[in-house]
Ligand binder design. Structure first.
Ligand code: CP
Ligand code: NVA
Length: 306
């Protein structure tokens, strides 16, 4: 039996990623026409950390697919009292068609996937946020057309889940991905190496730089994320200040560039209010596309699990 999971962005090949994005576009166009979870089949959606968008979009999306969303804060379950991931996986797979989980260490979601015969979806770990990047790629497609050869530049915390997922997800899409981050706080070299390996097969490219102007030059897309991810409260953010996406940085980009932010945003920190709330921002489309991209992803994973 082959069980398909999305634990990290490169769990989808370039062709598979394109299939999911095509399906997401079709599902957005005809929102209530697709019912692959009719029955209803249940999808378990587990949270070890807070969420607004992920919780809402999976709940709404699973219901729109004809299914039953079972949303569980793990702190209120026996997992919060130390029941093992392996035992939890064995219980969930008997009743749920798929498991979606927001957790900390990547090894935890890998353990969940190893222990179950149903698809497991990473709804954010400390290392990757692949559902967000699928929604971001859908958004870029809507505003810019074909992804191949487009440039996306990300600014700020180069070592967080969004930076790592942009590296893998954009390389898979054949894009040119640039990460601008403090020299002493770079992305994980293993993730950069993997992105370079993928880019070599897709015609994309990877640039890691400490110079925000170099990353912004002529780019089609600018992206950023909070400087303080969940679990990093109290972190010193001084080194990130030159990477704030403000109007001066935006001026280096293509004149029709669009701006992404996965949200929640901290105006005046990683992004200026004038940019987030300005005409080049597509962040509300991006937030909506979590719904469509994840509906397509769940449909695709279930169809390809046999
Ligand atoms: N972008 C994102 O994942 O938002 P939430 O933390 O609100 O789910
Ligand atoms: N990097 C952020 C993303 C939030 C959606 C975090 O992990 O908190």
């Amino acid at each position: 039996m082959t069980v398909r999971h999305l634990l990290r962005d490169d769990d989808l090949t370039p062709a598979e990623q394109a299939q999911v994005l095509d399906l997401a576009a079709a599902m957005k166009k005809d929102r209530f026409a697709h019912k692959p979870l009719a029955g209803p089949r249940t999808v378990a959606v587990l949270f070890d950390k807070p969420s607004t968008r992920t919780r809402v979009s999976f709940t709404v999306g699973i219901a729109e697919l004809g299914g039953n969303p079972l949303v569980l804060d793990t702190g209120a379950s026996q997992m919060g009292r130390g029941e093992s991931i392996a035992d939890s996986a064995r219980v969930l797979e008997r009743q749920a068609a798929a498991i979606v989980w927001r957790t900390g260490a990547q090894s935890r979601i890998e353990e969940m996937a190893d222990g179950t015969a149903v698809p497991v979806v990473n709804a954010l770990t400390d290392r990757f946020h692949p559902c967000q990047v699928l929604a971001d790629l859908q958004t870029v497609r809507e505003h810019k057309g074909d992804l191949a050869d487009r440039t996306l530049a990300y600014f700020g915390d180069g070592a967080n889940n969004m930076a790592h997922s942009y590296l893998l997800g954009c390389a898979t899409a054949g894009m040119h991905v640039r990460i601008a981050a403090p020299e002493t706080l770079p992305p994980d070299p293993d993730v950069v190496a993997r992105a370079e390996e993928i880019a070599a097969t897709t015609g994309g490219s990877v640039l890691v730089t400490a110079d925000p102007a170099e990353a912004a030059a002529g780019t089609d897309v600018l992206a950023t994320d909070t400087w303080v991810s969940m679990g990093q409260e109290g972190k010193d953010t001084g080194l990130y200040e030159p990477y704030s996406v403000d109007e001066a940085l935006l001026a280096h980009a293509a004149s029709d560039a669009v701006v992404l932010h996965c949200l929640p945003a901290y105006r005046g920190k990683e992004i200026a209010a004038a940019v987030l709330d300005g005409p080049q921002s597509v962040v509300w489309d991006e937030a909506e596309n979590r719904l469509h991209a994840q509906k397509a992803l769940l449909t695709w994973l279930l169809e390809n699990t046999a």
